[in-house]
Ligand binder design. Structure first.
Ligand SMILES: [Fe+2]
Length: 135
């Protein structure tokens, strides 16, 4: 059963961003599936490597939209992206230690990313672009 479910309230209305967000949801759900089924470490690390690379590329996509449109909160948004990437790095590193992240820690990271970042912060620039008639 998926840990996070895409919902219409997450839609920014910008096709490429929404497609990338859906892929992120899918990868995170796969990560939880791997953990719940006690998958081997290389599989979990492989998922996290993909998640990291995909997230970095996705954040660049968002930031280039923001830069092109002169979005005033780009710098704060960039800082949140940087913190999210650091958290995924930290989580990935901890899987190779005797104290891997607990499901609760992972759920917290995921919910901060989805409910807070996608559900609230990303909506900020989505409405900005819409107001400017660019989305
Ligand atoms: Fe974002």
């Amino acid at each position: 059963m998926p840990i996070i479910q895409w919902q219409e309230s997450y839609a920014t209305g910008i096709q490429i961003i929404d497609d990338q967000h859906r892929q992120l949801f899918q990868t995170i759900n796969e990560l939880f599936d791997l953990i719940q089924t006690d998958a081997a470490l290389p599989q979990i690390l492989g998922n996290l490597d993909f998640l990291l690379a995909y997230a970095v590329n996705h954040f660049q996509t968002e930031e280039s939209f923001m830069a092109e449109s002169g979005y005033p909160d780009l710098s704060e948004h960039h800082d949140e992206h940087r913190r999210l990437v650091e958290r995924i790095h930290t989580i990935r590193a901890r899987f190779s230690t005797p104290e891997p992240p607990t499901p609760l820690e992972l759920s917290r990271m995921v919910s901060e990313w989805t409910s807070h970042h996608i559900g609230e912060v990303d909506m900020g620039y989505a409405s900005f672009l819409k107001r400017r008639g660019e989305a």
